[in-house]
Design a protein. Structure first.
Length: 54
C-alpha cells in the first residue's frame, strides 16, 4: 500500500499526539486575575491609601 490519501493526490496528514503539551496561553482573563490580585495585595498591605478607593 502507498501512503497516499484515498483521493490519490496528497499524502495523509498525521494527527498530533494528544499527550503532547500545548503552549500555555496568557489571555486577557488571566491578565485581569493577576491585576486584580496585585491590587488586592496593595490594598491589604496599605500601599494604596483609603481615599483612593471609593
Amino acid at each position: 500500500m502507498s501512503s497516499e490519501s484515498p483521493s490519490g493526490d496528497a499524502p495523509a496528514t498525521a494527527t498530533p499526539d494528544p499527550d503532547e503539551p500545548r503552549p500555555r496561553a496568557f489571555n486577557e482573563d488571566w491578565a485581569a486575575v493577576v491585576v486584580g490580585l496585585a491590587l488586592l495585595a496593595l490594598v491589604l498591605i496599605g500601599a494604596i491609601p483609603e481615599g483612593v478607593i471609593p
